[in-house]
Design a protein around this ligand. Sequence first.
Ligand SMILES: Nc1ncnc2c1ncn2[C@@H]1O[C@H](COP(=O)(O)OP(=O)(O)O)[C@@H](O)[C@H]1O
Ligand SMILES: [Mg+2]
Length: 390
Amino acid sequence: MHATPVIPLRPVILVVDDTPQNLALMRDLLDGDYTVKLAPSGERALKIAQSQPLDLILLDIMMPDIDGYEVCRRLKASALTADVPVIFFTAKTQTQDEQMGFSLGAADYITKPISPPIVLARVKAHLLFKQARDALERRNREDKLRFDAALAQQVELNQLKSTFVAMTSHEFRTPLTSILVSQSLLRNYCDRLPVGERNGLLDSIESAVRRMVLMLDQVLTIGRSDAQLLSFNPKPVNLLTLCHQLRDEAVASHGQIDGETEAAHVALHAELDDKDVLADEKLLRHILGNLLSNALKYSCGASEAQFKVRRNGPGVCFEVRDQGIGIPVEDLPRLFGDFYRASNVGNIPGTGLGLAIVKRAVESHGGAIAVTSQPGDGTCFTVTIPIAAL
Ligand SMILES: Nc1ncnc2c1ncn2[C@@H]1O[C@H](COP(=O)(O)OP(=O)(O)O)[C@@H](O)[C@H]1O
Ligand SMILES: [Mg+2]
């Protein structure tokens, strides 16, 4: 069953005729149900048609200057008016005139003297037809938009999949090889190895495993972030304590995961009350944990970073600054994209997922993140988050 299309509220009809009585007659006939525009010449009709949307045009053929055929030709040639149905009305009754009209794209023909019921019936029929056609075109356009969006999503997913395969095969191979080598040394030479070296091998197995677990966690977090894994769930938190914890954890895991033997140092300046605030600890851990670990990881040897926290109006401003390798300016625009790593990372391990998680977590907490960086000099990430005091 097809629903009967409904004609939109007061369709606009343009009547074109050089005889004033005919215009008056048509206006009286159509005025009740339609908005009627009148044009006494072809020239005027074309002007009106270009300046406002029309639903139908009733067009006299025999007119001085530009005749109806020419008006119709020009209407059909303009993208703006090509789809407006044109009904010719004329005293001419020969078939070749009708053929001429149809060949120019006219929708119908009405002969003069006009019969009001016939005019009304044809006008209504063509308006319904136009409306049905418009609705179909609209639906086609919407379908195409939906299809394009689905296609783009699929392409993005495929890209993500291949980047993921490339990243994992590269980034997992290193720790796995390290585990294999360490265990093989332990298996074959355990008795002959000094205790210090044995412990060193065990440590490197541990740090390789930790690094893989971290990478898997990041992949899972990104994979499920749409499924509300990074959703906002505020509870009372002592921000000062949390910042100290996060600083200590970042320093500790820098040794454990990155296998760094040189001591890392993070100077924490917290201008905060020792009171609870309402915030999402899990999101803050994602945000600050990743920024602090990056600051140490991309500092190479020096591993000195500053972590500043202060109240900022209705929120809190976190700043993580390092004097590390910095980020090339051409990498900045895509830095927060999934799997994206800057061109200067060299052998420093990573998934390119940390900042993607940070960005989602910051947005989930209603905040904003900014980065400034100077290659060779260092990097500063600033996160501003609305956090209510309790
Ligand atoms: N503090 C920083 N100093 C220099 N480069 C950084 C810093 N933080 C992030 N980056 C760059 O941004 C990229 C994306 O960071 P992230 O998503 O955490 O991935 P990764 O797992 O590589 O650390 C990194 O690969 C690195 O190129
Ligand atoms: Mg990182």
